[in-house]
Ligand binder design. Structure first.
Ligand SMILES: *Cc1c(COP(=O)(O)O)cnc(C)c1O
Length: 399
């Protein structure tokens, strides 16, 4: 993505989060292709991983998505205002006493426990209508879902209940050779025998890449749509995504690495922040809170209008260079000193003076600095970085 000159933006903007909708669509189609015959449902919980559920869902609808998953009931209602027709599942299940409210908004709970099913069934009976709902089976994650015993009991008591979807969630899909995957698969295959007329769904983004056996009728793609596919089982070296991109450009070469097909996803977000001022720091002087950085020689530094209050996590500055970096036109620029709430400092000595001025936008995440690498620097995962960004930054959607 080409850097947008600050002058073309609203000068009142501080950080700018650009969301490449064409890349989102390309990622959707790529994941959908990997999922074979299975329908590709899209997970847009937490405001579409922080990227704005309205724009993201509208784009995915146009790309062909018909089924969405959100975490919370209220997220479902927000999404219902975007689409009257798409199927919407609530992953966190049925909030107490909310069956009528969900039905009114045509939201389908993922019934996670016998108490939720009992409440939903009582509502359906009172209304004399079988409102659709999913049944979530726990196959070893031990988070939400019916246990094996609860499922067996259910099959005995209520053989009439036909969930619109029977689902489970993989704990270790990002580790392709983890034995948990096969264990969960086997348990899921057993569980769905009780419900021959229900659609079945097991795989998240990483699960899609575990192969056909994991696809069933529907996959639930989240993070992959947003351009990240972290594997715990293969240490992506520096600039891992750029290597992926290079591979992507060598068309059609779908290399197998381990059991995972290598993800060919495009970066979706670019995070930029403007330079507020440029100053010269003399050798021996320090920069920032705790005098955390000492200049070894004279340098030019830029103070950027972004900090942890924008979701650009403070831990990033606790890792030593060459990790934390900003970039401009292909030049990598180290972040120096501690990231503060609203500001951070970048050593821009490597840039010609004419290039970096007050108002110039520097990249913090994007084509030059992969999201997954930033997450690694912050000691977290891309999911957490994404959900923290986008509250204070202006979100700009690029068609
Ligand atoms: C969040 C979530 C997903 C999507 O996972 P990704 O790793 O983002 O693809 C799928 N299923 C469930 C139950 C989830 O909670």
């Amino acid at each position: 993505m080409i850097l947008t000159p600050y002058q073309q933006n609203d000068p009142l903007d501080q950080a700018v989060l650009t969301i490449d909708l064409a890349a989102l669509i390309a990622n959707y189609h790529w994941l959908d292709k990997q999922a074979g015959k299975a329908e590709t449902g899209c997970v847009v919980k937490a405001n579409a991983y922080g990227l704005g559920v309205g724009e993201i869902a509208e784009t995915l609808l146009e790309a062909g998505c018909q089924t969405f998953f959100v975490a919370q009931a209220k997220e479902g209602k927000t999404l219902r205002e975007v689409t009257k027709t798409a199927t919407i599942y609530i992953l966190n299940g049925l909030p107490i006493g909310s069956a009528a409210w969900l039905a009114k908004h045509e939201l389908r709970p993922c019934l996670n426990a016998p108490a939720e099913l009992a409440e939903w069934a009582a509502f359906c009976e009172a209304e004399k209508q079988a409102y659709p709902a999913a049944l979530h089976i726990d196959t070893g994650f031990n988070r939400l879902g019916f246990s094996e015993a609860e499922l067996a009991a259910l099959a005995e008591i209520d053989s009439h209940f036909t969930p619109s979807l029977i689902m489970s969630h993989l704990a270790c899909a990002d580790m392709s050779d983890h034995p948990m995957n096969a264990t969960q698969l086997a348990r899921f295959q057993n569980a769905i025998k009780h419900f021959p007329n229900s659609k079945a769904s097991l795989a998240n983004s990483a699960g899609i890449l575990l192969g056909d056996a994991y696809h069933f009728d529907m996959v639930r793609a989240g993070i992959g749509l947003y351009g990240s596919m972290p594997y715990s089982d293969e240490k992506q070296g520096q600039r891992g995504q750029q290597k992926q991109k290079a591979q992507h450009e060598q068309k059609g070469q779908q290399e197998q690495q381990g059991q995972h097909a290598r993800a060919q996803l495009q970066p979706v977000i670019t995070l930029q922040a403007p330079i507020l001022q440029i100053r010269t720091v003399k050798a021996g002087e320090t920069v920032g809170y705790g005098a955390g950085f000492t200049a070894e020689k004279n340098m030019r530094i830029a103070i950027l209008a972004i900090g942890y209050g924008d979701g650009y996590m403070r831990q990033i500055s606790e890792t030593r260079p060459p990790f934390a970096q900003a970039a401009y036109n292909g030049t990598q620029l180290p972040i120096i000193g501690r990231i503060s709430m609203d500001l951070l400092a970048v050593n821009i000595s490597a840039l010609p003076e004419a290039q970096a001025q007050r108002g110039t936008l520097l990249e913090l995440i994007g084509a030059q600095i992969p999201l997954d690498e930033t997450a690694q620097q912050a000691g977290t995962i891309s999911y957490e970085i994404l959900t923290r960004l986008g509250t204070r930054a202006r979100r700009v959607y690029k068609a």
